[in-house]
Design a protein around this ligand. Structure first.
Ligand SMILES: [Zn+2]
Length: 423
């Protein structure tokens, strides 16, 4: 794959590349069971056409995906691990460590670390990044404001969405819930209402206030919900029930939902059945932090993986996405803003079959975070934003896919300097 240096800005084409099955029309031709290669043409930064190439060489082809989506990050916490004192294992100990770190969260500190995160995501081929921002009060924190500034500064490279990560107890009071929703609503179209819902802070009344407040301001929701293996966790089931009762019109993303994997199968599947009847609900799995923080005890190999029921959810038609969650902070000392790394963990932890053709949509469907869930990328008029991998059989993806070229607004970006060559 050699970009044409003579192509006008924003214009070009790719020939003989392999696109995933989910991205193609059902009648796309096959040869000996293998999907035919594609020719992708774009002009002035938008897709002009995607057509099959009947006689293209069937040897190893470049694998091509639409631009990646980072569905779940925490830019305000990222890159703090170097200054974090030792702390205990598990989710609640990490939360306490972050509380201690907030004394360092000046505007300068936040801007520098958040920019570093955006840069890393952009280099990985991310066109949309959704970050949660901790709210320690009912008023927007400084990190919220900085994220808004960065959203403008990075427009055209990475579209940044902000989720207000608000402790559930702040919603105990209905009037306070309404004030928070008003502040989120006033922040602009990139703002989403969020919350942390866990058995340690469970309140059905507060969740009800949270969802009513979001509904009153026509806000979408993205909730950290049931990030635990306590089978008595009832956050996801309650969100689904309230979404139905309130006739919630916006998008609801349920992030984590680990407890579904710890509950009796019939109970968990009944919750997913109810979720599938609410088409505005999506499920976001965060394999890295789940594997690290669930069933975590010092000196003991974890028995439970903490991955939510992604296969059962998808079988019911629920949009399932993967995200990275934390990067180099007390929740995840390593981590990456590259969605492909989170996805790769998900492939192994959840034993996903046919990753390229069947599951790669879980990091490439921005519509699933919006109210236009059926919008497919790479249709005529869509942004010409692609990630192009080295020639390889589809079955080798994502294992051999560190190296990639990124098309942004119809122009190829310079290759990543630190990319490791695929085999
Ligand atoms: Zn998170």
């Amino acid at each position: 794959m050699t970009p044409n240096p003579n192509a006008p800005p924003g214009c070009g084409q790719l020939q003989g590349v392999r696109l995933p099955a989910w991205c193609l029309p059902p009648d796309w031709p096959r040869h000996d069971g293998e999907l035919a290669a594609a020719r992708i043409v774009w002009r002035h930064g938008v897709i002009e056409e995607v057509t099959p190439q009947e006689h293209a060489d069937k040897a190893c082809r470049h694998l091509v995906l639409p631009a990646l989506v980072q569905t779940h990050a925490h830019l305000d916490k990222a890159f703090t691990i170097a200054r974090t004192p030792p702390h205990g294992p598990g989710l609640l100990a990490a939360i306490e460590a972050v509380i201690q770190d907030r004394q360092h969260w000046s505007a300068e500190d936040l801007r520098e670390r958040m920019t570093q995160g955006l840069q890393a995501a952009s280099e990985a081929g991310v066109a949309l990044l959704r970050t949660h921002i901790d709210w320690m009060d009912t008023e927007p924190p400084i990190a919220w404001q900085i994220a808004g500034e960065l959203a403008q500064a990075w427009a055209g490279r990475v579209r940044l969405e902000r989720v207000a990560l608000v402790p559930l107890r702040f919603f105990s009071d209905r009037a306070m819930a309404m004030r928070i929703a008003s502040a989120v609503h006033a922040s602009g179209h990139d703002a989403v209402m969020g919350g942390f819902i866990h058995t340690s802070n469970w309140s059905h009344e507060a969740l009800n206030h949270l969802m009513q407040a979001a509904l009153s301001r026509d806000l979408d929701l993205d909730l950290h919900v049931d990030e635990e293996l306590n089978p008595r966790a009832q956050g996801v089931a309650a969100v689904v029930r309230l979404a139905s009762e309130l006739k919630f019109s916006g998008v609801i993303a349920c992030s984590h939902a680990c407890a579904l994997a710890a509950q009796p199968t019939a109970q968990a599947l009944a919750t997913l059945d109810a979720m599938a009847r609410q088409p505005q609900i999506r499920l976001i799995s965060l394999p890295a932090t789940n594997l690290l923080l669930q069933d975590a005890q010092i000196g003991i190999t974890p028995r439970q993986r903490g991955i939510t029921l992604v296969q059962e959810a998808r079988a019911r038609g629920i949009p399932v996405l993967f995200g990275s969650d934390n990067v180099q902070d007390p929740f995840c000392h390593g981590g990456s803003f590259d969605p492909l790394q989170a996805f790769t963990l998900g492939v192994y932890a959840a034993q996903l079959d046919d990753p390229f053709d069947s599951w790669s949509d879980s990091i490439c469907r921005p519509g699933w975070l919006s109210r236009a869930p059926h919008a497919l990328p790479l249709t005529k008029g869509a942004p010409a934003e692609l990630v192009c991998f080295e020639p390889q059989p589809a079955c080798s993806w994502p294992a051999w896919s560190t190296s990639r070229r990124i098309l942004q607004k119809g122009d190829w970006r310079e290759p990543r300097q630190n990319a490791i060559k695929a085999h």
